[in-house]
Design a protein around this ligand. Structure first.
Ligand code: C2E
Ligand code: CA
Ligand code: CA
Length: 275
């Protein structure tokens, strides 16, 4: 083992090098993830105030033989930067729609399914065509399950009017919108009022700090605003019983988090619904 400061610096450089190398590996290997069948979907239950399962959020997973599991927090931003998110997002969409179609004709009682859509994907020129094709393929005869697109306010969108236009067209296909990660990014109050959204998700970073009085009153304010705007309120990252209790006092509509279930495989989620 090396002990002196000089070697410490060398070790640090090696670590830094490894980090940079890993990011390069991720970028390179992500590109083949679809053709190598390394991408899969998991589903995290959403629960209502009576403790019934109403649906789930679809979350992507990537397992690579060299890198192991890479978290979406890491590879989604990379995919957004390289443009690979278009291909990846389309794959996720088709997979999710296929599953929703199966659930729609089942007796599982699933009411809604939420899919994360990157801003870059939503605003891509082919997106509306992709949706149209997918709708035709899977829901030619309609769909009882409410399909929700979760969007995040990345920047005070440079093309705000096109965004509203695209969202309104998608609404005509029966898709509704949820504002994800509310309170973390640039999402502003005027956005909430002007965008055609039906649901608001309180970010897990707020929920995890509910023990703090100031944070708790901030969450109450967010809930009040959402109620004023008639939005369905989803609390994400609910891990503890006291969090659920407080959120229930505020009259949140839906709950999602490890307290109920982690994101799970399709068959596991189906069993979860049957319980
Ligand atoms: P998100 O949309 O805010 O998703 C919620 C994240 O919180 C998920 O992480 C979920 O596994 C995690 N989570 C749920 N309950 C709890 C809890 O009780 N405690 C804690 N600590 N975490 C909880 P995940 O699956 O790693 O996804 C991370 C982010 O990656 C997502 O954040 C979303 O921004 C992005 N992402 C995931 N799947 C997709 C996808 O299919 N498409 C796109 N565009 N982005 C995705
Ligand atoms: Ca989400
Ligand atoms: Ca979040």
């Amino acid at each position: 083992a090396k002990h002196n400061g000089r070697d410490g610096i060398i070790v640090f450089n090696e670590e830094l090098c490894e980090l940079v190398q890993r990011k390069l590996d991720i970028e390179r290997l992500l590109h083949f993830a679809l053709e190598k069948d390394e991408i899969s979907l998991v589903y995290q239950p959403q629960i209502d105030e009576k403790n019934l399962v109403v649906g789930c959020e679809v979350l992507v997973r990537w397992h690579n033989e060299k890198l192991g599991f890479v978290p979406p927090d890491i590879f989604i931003p990379i995919a957004e930067n390289t443009g690979f998110i278009i291909e990846l997002g389309e794959y996720i969409l088709y997979e999710a729609f296929q599953t929703i179609k199966e659930w729609d004709t089942s007796d599982l009682g699933i009411k809604q399914v939420s899919i994360n859509i990157s801003m870059r994907q939503l605003m891509h020129q082919d997106f509306l065509n992709t949706i149209q094709r997918a709708m035709k393929k899977y829901f030619r005869y309609g769909c009882e399950i409410n399909i929700i697109f979760e969007i995040t306010e990345t920047s005070a969108s440079d093309d705000y009017r096109s965004l509203v236009r695209v969202m309104n067209i998608l609404k005509r296909y029966g898709i509704t919108f949820s504002m994800d990660d509310f309170g973390t990014g640039y999402s502003s109050l005027s956005y909430l009022r002007e965008l055609p959204i039906e649901e608001l998700k309180i970010d897990k970073s707020f929920i995890s700090q509910l023990a703090d009085v100031q944070q708790a009153s901030l969450v109450k304010t967010i809930v009040d605003i959402a109620k004023n705007l008639n939005l369905t309120i989803v609390a994400e990252g609910v891990e503890e019983e006291y969090q659920r209790e407080y959120l229930q006092e505020l009259d949140c509509d839906l709950y999602q988090g490890y307290l109920y279930s982690k994101p799970i495989k399709k068959e596991e989620f189906e069993n979860f619904c049957r319980k």
